[in-house]
Design a protein around this ligand. Structure first.
Ligand code: TLP
Length: 351
């Protein structure tokens, strides 16, 4: 048995999703005629409290389109140093939108307005003007951390006051909502555009949504086509996406509880340190074991546990619906064996 904790992207579609895919009513979505895609787009907009939404194949495409919608060539986009758009999207901000990225280091990956304000470039003869602020919620490589509502409001008000737009990369937006105990609408009410992934914690096999105003989404369809994302009978995918959107959010609490359980158990292993997770991502620091992360990952693999290294000393553990509590317990045991460690006293707490 393989316990795959590399990402929440690895989930298999549920039987309900497969059934809905087989039975989906479809049409040609490039003509706007796929009823299932249209329903998914309406529901996504409704749930987020925005005017309109567009179904795209990936989070990367959704972010690429959103950045294009909110910027002009030659501007700067401000984001946190660990942002997915900066590190893992093949420079699409530069390639497609012609913008520079200016990064800001923030504790736990959560930017504050005063830090952003310092990075905003004034108009002048030498500087590329700032066009967009991008915030990642939850912050993936910071360990699934969540933006407090007040911080999002402050960033949005500050940015809008300077004529700047705000885009939220909400790949795991519903995990943030589960953590805060609020509807997603409240999280996104002040930002200009949002992308969220159906194929991450929500479990759909494919797909992301970009959400904003009707006018923005009309342009988003053109950019999607330019990027080769004009899908045809995409209703077979949207059908699974609808189930992910309607049914999966209520299951996320279990993933978060499993992540907390894993972190508490791992904190007792000599040589391993973890931060208390807020959502479904645990960053596991193995530097105290003296084993480099890549080697640690390879040793875990030989025990049937998959976890990726995210730095020379850290691995990432991501919980999702295809690994239950027993699977997490087995993974913790495998990690303890690789660390070659004895359990510490159970009174030792998380840092
Ligand atoms: N994240 C993936 C990998 O690319 C690292 C993962 O396994 O976590 N924004 C955020 C915050 C993401 O975490 C990801 C994917 C994306 C955007 C891109 O989504 P896709 O993979 O659908 O292009």
């Amino acid at each position: 048995m393989i316990i795959d904790l590399r990402s929440d992207t690895v989930t298999k579609p549920t039987p309900e999703m497969r059934r809905a895919m087989a039975e989906a009513e479809v049409g040609d979505d490039v003509y706007g005629e796929d009823p299932t895609v249209n329903r998914l787009e309406r529901r996504a907009a409704e749930i987020l409290g925005k005017e309109a939404a567009v179904f795209v194949p990936t989070g990367t495409m959704a972010n690429t389109i959103a950045i294009k919608l909110n910027t002009e060539h030659g501007q700067e986009v401000i984001c946190e140093t660990r942002a997915h758009i900066f590190n893992s999207e093949l420079s699409m901000t530069a390639w497609f939108s012609g913008c520079f990225v200016r990064t800001v280091n923030a504790e736990d990956g959560i930017l504050r307005w005063n830090q952003i304000r310092e990075a905003v470039r004034p108009l002048g003869p030498h500087w590329a003007p700032t066009g967009l602020i991008e915030i990642e919620n939850t912050s993936n490589t910071a360990g699934g951390t969540v933006y407090p509502l007040a911080v999002i409001r402050e960033i949005s008000e500050g940015a809008h006051g300077l004529g700047l737009k705000v885009h939220m990369d909400g790949a795991r937006l519903f995990n943030a909502a589960e953590y805060l105990g609020v509807p997603v609408q409240e999280i996104v009410s002040n930002v200009d555009t949002v992308q969220f992934c159906l194929s991450k914690a929500l479990g759909a096999p494919v797909g992301s949504m970009i959400v904003g105003t009707e006018a923005q989404m009309q342009r988003a369809r053109l950019y999607r086509k330019r990027l080769g994302g004009g899908m045809r009978q995409a209703g077979v995918l949207a059908a699974a996406g609808l189930i992910a959107l309607e049914d999966s959010p209520r299951l996320l609490g279990a993933d978060h509880a499993n992540a907390r359980f894993a972190a508490e158990a791992l904190a007792k292993i000599h040589g391993i340190s973890v931060k208390k997770p807020q959502t479904n991502i645990v960053i596991v620091d193995v530097s105290g074991t003296g084993i480099p992360a890549a080697e640690f990952s390879a040793k875990l693999k030989s025990k049937g546990v998959l976890m990726n290294g995210v730095s020379p000393t850290q691995l990432r553990l991501v919980t999702h619906y295809d690994v239950d509590r027993e699977g997490v317990e087995l993974a913790v045991r495998a990690i303890a064996e690789v660390a070659g460690a004895l359990q510490r006293s159970s009174t030792q707490s998380l840092n």
